[in-house]
Design a protein around this ligand. Structure first.
Ligand SMILES: NC(=O)c1ccc[n+]([C@@H]2O[C@H](COP(=O)([O-])OP(=O)(O)OC[C@H]3O[C@@H](n4cnc5c(N)ncnc54)[C@H](OP(=O)(O)O)[C@@H]3O)[C@@H](O)[C@H]2O)c1
Length: 356
């Protein structure tokens, strides 16, 4: 198969760096354009990569020169697929302009997540919502597909197999890593030895995005899932991996063994299609009483390309109609760049990205 040329916008950030790692030597996509702020323009990719504990980049990727972030620069590069890791403050207009020019945008930014025709996609959960992207293709010739907020990416994935048990409500408390706030997000002095019990707009995003993702497609609209969600979010001094304490209420009593079986046996289209970035087991249930832990489990997932794409879950306890557990999601991989690349792999296999 001929590879499709791809761009990464915001390539020097926490998410951008993961994109570069995942797209270096990707079987479907070939990196041809990297952009960032004027501060990084003209540098070679190899000079800016801060992924010390990751394998070295290929020579071709390392030598790519970072361009300015404009629609013209991306279009001129010949890229057809665009992975966006820009701050929401600048991604909105630019992504729409690129779509108008027939490009296929896969975005981490929140700007278009709640747009009526934009799928908020987790391939294992709501691939049926891709129908909306076909409507965009008819209208604009390009498309925008977004992935969710990083906490939601793990939460909605774990909830999907539980919807068969009629989920009524959930309470979730998050312990979110500092990488979730971006490279310059939280001052070291504020977070060292501390917990900050507030992340701007995060609780609202968890409620609205989870309901959209678990919602049902009705014509050209998503009907939100009716479950009630009570989120509380905090920032903790952890490098990567968002831990969440979740308590789910069902319509009828359930047992821990049936819930554990539903979670660990879950797989969906990406696994059946063997997409390159799909983890063989999207949800891994751990038995040890002190897991999951960000330091030990954030990079769960096989094969190697899917490291960080599996959600780990443990401490499952059920009583009557209520089950509680901890879950862990790698925020910049499954919750950002990895989720986005998986979205693009699925769209390509569904023949939404032009002739391939
Ligand atoms: N971090 C996460 O876990 C996570 C998870 C899900 C979604 N997201 C979303 O993904 C996006 C990127 O997040 P991040 O954590 O990677 O942020 P980040 O570390 O702050 O990186 C931001 C990137 O955007 C570039 N940039 C900033 N201002 C710019 C401008 N005015 N013009 C052009 N480029 C500009 C930066 O370039 P320079 O280095 O040159 O300044 C950098 O490459 C955000 O929308 C965020 O909400 C993040």
């Amino acid at each position: 198969m001929k590879k499709i040329k791809a761009a990464v916008l915001g390539c020097t950030g926490m998410v951008g760096q993961q994109f570069i790692r995942l797209l270096d030597d990707h079987p479907y996509f070939e990196l041809s354009c990297l952009t960032a702020s004027p501060h990084s323009r003209g540098k070679r990719c190899g000079e800016t990569t801060a992924n010390g504990d990751q394998p070295a980049l290929g020579e071709k990727t390392a030598s790519l020169v970072i361009r300015e972030t404009t629609a013209a620069a991306v279009i001129q590069s010949g890229a057809r697929v665009v992975f966006s890791a820009l701050p929401a403050s600048i991604s909105g207009e630019l992504e729409m302009e690129l779509r108008k020019n027939g490009l296929f945008i896969f975005s981490n930014a929140s700007s278009h997540r709640m747009d009526a025709l934009v799928p908020l996609l987790i391939p294992e959960v709501n691939s049926a919502h891709l129908e909306l992207a076909w409507a965009q293709l008819r209208e604009f010739s390009g498309l925008i597909i977004t992935n969710s907020n990083c906490s939601v990416a793990g939460l909605a994935l774990a909830l999907k197999p539980l919807t068969a048990f009629a989920v009524q409500a959930l309470t979730v408390t998050t312990f979110q890593a500092v990488s979730g706030a971006g490279q310059r997000g939280v001052a070291a002095w504020d977070i060292m030895g501390n917990v900050i019990p507030h992340i701007a707009n995060e609780e609202e995003k968890i409620a609205s995005e989870t309901k959209k993702i678990l919602g049902t497609l009705a014509g050209k609209q998503i009907r939100d899932h009716g479950l009630e969600i009570y989120p509380s979010c905090s920032r903790v001094p952890v490098k990567e991996g968002h831990l969440q304490s979740v308590s789910v209420e069902f319509a009828a009593p359930v047992s821990a063994s049936e819930i554990a079986t539903a979670l660990s046996g879950f797989s969906a289209e990406p696994q059946q299609m063997a997409l390159p970035t799909a983890p063989r087991r999207p949800i891994i249930v751990l038995d040890a009483p002190d897991r999951p832990q960000p330091a030990l489990d954030a990079w769960a997932g096989e094969p190697t390309r899917a490291r960080g794409m599996a959600v780990t879950l443990g401490r499952l306890r059920c009583r009557g109609k209520r089950c509680s557990f901890f879950l862990l999601v790698h925020n910049t991989v499954r919750g950002a760049a990895g989720g986005c690349v998986l979205n693009a792999e699925l769209a390509l296999k569904k023949r939404m990205l032009g002739g391939n």
